[in-house]
Design a protein around this ligand. Structure first.
Ligand code: GRF
Length: 209
């Protein structure tokens, strides 16, 4: 087994950038085997851009609507990632659909704040996910880290972490509990990738010991 290397990470955001901040903090403390070399926001007004500036991270905005097509938008996203020699792209609250470019399958991860394949797909973002979880009356929820494919919240699952859900919980309560799990689950998946411990087979991911 080769020694874990330090990855060049590209983080794609649309929202507040809490996940980005978590990656930056863990990278600086040496707990993440990678460093954030580029932040791309799908919105010019996302707070994540301000957060990136505060963290001293290089960032830019690419709005899908300013491109003639989704394919043109995706081409520019991957061109920027390649220009910065990004090894692994991390969707971190990124709300635009991103058809995965050639050579990038298995190199783009996403985290979703529920246990996929439930409570995911188009329209399932933010508090809506946790409202749906609450309405369904399920007793556990959690987060899912997966390799992204061309569909929303879809692709080979890397790891999942669960949290209990009780009858009294509000959607905000569930969101808070799930996000606490996300803060360790997503970095753990990145570290497994850096250690070359993620093996793809038949649309599934085997985590090597
Ligand atoms: C997280 O809940 C994650 O599961 C989802 O987006 C949220 C993070 O967004 N994909 P942000 O980091 O607060 O912008």
């Amino acid at each position: 087994m080769s020694a874990p290397r330090r990855l060049r990470l590209g983080v794609l955001v649309s929202g507040t950038g809490r996940t980005l901040e978590n990656f930056a903090a863990l990278s600086r403390s040496g707990l993440l085997r990678g460093e954030v070399v580029l932040v791309i926001s799908s919105s010019r007004t996302a707070y994540a851009l301000e957060r990136a500036a505060l963290l001293g991270l290089p960032a830019l905005a690419l709005a899908p609507r300013s491109f003639p097509s989704e394919a043109a938008f995706a081409a520019e996203v991957f061109r920027r990632l390649e220009k910065e020699r990004v090894d692994l792209a991390l969707l971190a609250g990124f709300l635009a659909r991103l058809p995965i470019a050639r050579g990038w399958r298995g190199r783009v991860m996403n985290i979703h704040p529920a246990l996929l394949p439930g409570f995911g797909g188009k329209g399932f973002y933010g508090l809506r996910v946790h409202e749906a979880v609450r309405a369904a009356g399920v007793k556990v929820s959690g987060c899912t880290v997966h390799f992204a494919d061309d569909e929303y919240d879809h692709g080979p699952i890397i790891l999942q972490r669960t949290v209990p859900v009780s009858f009294e919980d509000s959607a905000e309560d569930i969101a808070h509990r799930v996000f606490e799990k996300e803060k360790t689950a997503y970095p753990e998946a990145v570290n497994l990738y850096a250690a070359e411990r993620l093996l793809h087979a038949d649309g599934r991911v085997q985590v090597l010991p």
